[in-house]
Design a binder for this molecule. Sequence first.
Ligand code: UT7
Length: 331
Amino acid sequence: MYAALRSVGAYVPSKILTNHDLERLVDTSDEWITKRTGIKTRHIAAPDESTSDLGVQASRKALQRAGLEPEEIDLLICATISPDYFCMPSTACMIAKKLGISNVPALDISAACSGFIYALATAKAYVESGMAQNVLIVGAEKLSAIVDWSDRTTCILFGDGAGAAVIGGTREREEAIRDVNISADGKYYDYLITPGCGTERPCSEEVVKERACFIKMKGNETFKVAVKTLTSDVVDLLEKNGVESQEITYFVPHQANYRILSAVANSLGLRDEQCVITVDKYGNTSSASIPMALNDLYEERRLQKGDLLLLDAFGGGFTWGSALLPFSPRE
Ligand code: UT7
């Protein structure tokens, strides 16, 4: 049995925060944000919308497009760094409850911006080993809840949203996910971190005062490792699978910064029409960015059966990963 990408879906909260809005919050400018990141707007969830609410909306679309009822899912994986609850229950359990899925495993994956590719690798392994038939994978983030809105170096980057995909079993080799690579290096743990409110520094008045429960990033250092790691990772994946970059229909990278994804795209010699860019409108939505971008392609009717996709992502940990797969909806 092989594993195949059957469908995608996404949900974007309606509220839009522009760079000009941010100029009123912190000492920044539309010009700086646009030039350094490529971001123009990001979406922000409503106060009564949780991460699982975003994930449920995305999941419903992915399920409907796969032609599946929720009870046909036999594994639910949610990648997130902004869970509904601090320790438990998992956001996957909350999504399962809201979708009416019970008595199947539901688990969260904590791999920051690489979470969707980690979830894809896990789903592939479950399907290929015969442990699952239809896996729902979700990348969902309400990053606005863990961003320090007084820190101009991070608050301009992030947005909220969710994306989902159904990974199903197939006996057709040409429908199969060709390869997924995931990796990590914990020596960079403090480059991108929420330092407070874990067991290392439990929640206290001091932690709250220091705003240590929010995202902190060594941006420039992270940028350099991201470009180097992602470039070698995608080159290795293509070489290993004997695929030329010109054979890729769409390169769908994690959307952290336009300069990062264009550096990787240039090193592969990709044409503009092969590169999917959504960072301008959604900002960095961490684990949700890749499935949200896939959903945009789908809803713009640009994603066709058999299109060959190259995904890549890099995030806190550091974690990273890449995947080579065709889009394989059932006829
Ligand atoms: O998704 C997971 C992985 N994440 C990433 O890969 C993100 C990686 N990092 C980045 O995307 C970029 O490093 C940033 C967009 C975060 C920052 O861009 P940069 O070109 O690396 O800028 P920088 O941090 O070197 O800062 C340059 C200057 C500094 O001023 P001085 O020290 O040169 O006077 C900053 O204080 O820009 C200043 N600055 C800002 N100015 C206006 C930092 N943030 C802002 C801001 N508005 N929002």
